[in-house]
Design a protein around this ligand. Structure first.
Ligand SMILES: [Zn+2]
Length: 310
């Protein structure tokens, strides 16, 4: 049964707030006695599921916003989903395809495939994480806690603002009942702050990923990305006179720069015996999109920040 009623209200989103979090606040403020009622309110059906990175059914959601809200599906995608992190590295036509899938009621798994997350071996986060310092500051400043989207990126382990290790809220894992539930951060969540004691790669990546997700970078297309990398490889001495990539030299230097443990933390190990690692693929004429974290690793290795790259 499809129920269509304008929502009585919709919470004003906070900075860097994940859509999941806004919907969790709606559920709490609505005082609905059941989550099923909230699902019907929001999506017109109780079959909708909770999604972290690439939410869908957004067209239907915004059609029900109360007059004067001014929010469009594109605004929700741009400001409150993880797609802006991935868009700069996708084929141009794919970005539009994914946006359309998020606006329609396309299934979540299919969207992840389109984004290219699935074949990359960098897992989709299936649970929510938080920074204990942000949690406290949000509570002090806004009077409530919320989920930040920059804390939900696979491969990012510290807060972009505080360099504190992100804490995994196990109870939010999207399995069983949680698949159709939106949870707020709870007062009982541990506030133990564990600072990352060196200003290292984790903090740099966290800040760069946060920059990407908040700066509406349009995809230049895979061919232009490739051309930019070739020019940087040349500048850094990784091209032969004939213009081919010195893959072994690159792989060796890359491993020396990052170390195996760090690459493993990034779900991006490199197998020395292979001529077909993700790094080989990244510096070859592109056939398919790669995970943004891997692009950030390559950019840093080649001595450029995303601000200067794009
Ligand atoms: Zn923080």
């Amino acid at each position: 049964m499809d129920v269509f009623n304008l929502l009585p209200f919709f919470p004003t989103p906070y900075p860097d707030e994940l859509l999941y979090s806004i919907l969790a606040r709606y559920h709490r403020l609505s005082q609905n006695s059941s989550i099923k009622q909230t699902m019907v309110d929001l999506f017109g059906t109780n079959n909708a599921t909770a999604v972290i990175g690439f939410p869908n059914r957004l067209g239907r959601l915004v059609e029900q916003f109360p007059p004067g809200t001014g929010y469009t599906a594109f605004m929700l995608i741009t400001n409150h989903s993880l797609l802006p992190l991935f868009s700069p590295f996708l084929p141009i036509a794919r970005v539009e395809e994914v946006e359309n899938a998020m606006i329609s009621n396309h299934d979540g798994m299919g969207i992840a495939m389109k984004v290219g997350v699935m074949p990359n071996k960098i897992p989709m986060q299936n649970f929510l994480r938080y920074c204990p310092i942000c949690l406290q500051q949000d509570e002090d400043h806004f009077g409530e806690m919320y989920w930040h989207r920059s804390h939900q990126i696979a491969g990012i382990h510290v807060c972009y603002k505080h360099n504190a290790y992100l804490i995994r809220a196990e109870q939010t894992e999207l399995i069983g009942f949680n698949k159709q539930y939106f949870q707020m951060p709870a007062d009982t969540f541990t506030r133990n702050i564990q600072l990352n004691d060196s200003l290292d790669l984790h903090f740099m990546l966290a800040k760069q990923a946060h920059w990407l997700v908040n700066n509406k970078i349009h995809s230049p297309g895979l061919d232009i990305l490739y051309e930019k990398y070739v020019a940087l490889l040349d500048k850094n001495g990784y091209l032969t006179v004939k213009g081919t990539v010195k893959a072994n030299d690159l792989l060796n230097a890359f491993k020396c720069t990052y170390g195996e443990e760090f690459l493993s933390d990034m779900y991006s190990n490199l197998d020395f015996g292979s001529q077909d690692t993700w790094l080989h693929k990244l510096v070859r004429s592109p056939r398919r999109a790669q995970h943004p974290i891997r692009h950030l690793l390559l950019m840093h290795f080649l001595g450029i920040t995303p601000e200067h790259f794009f």
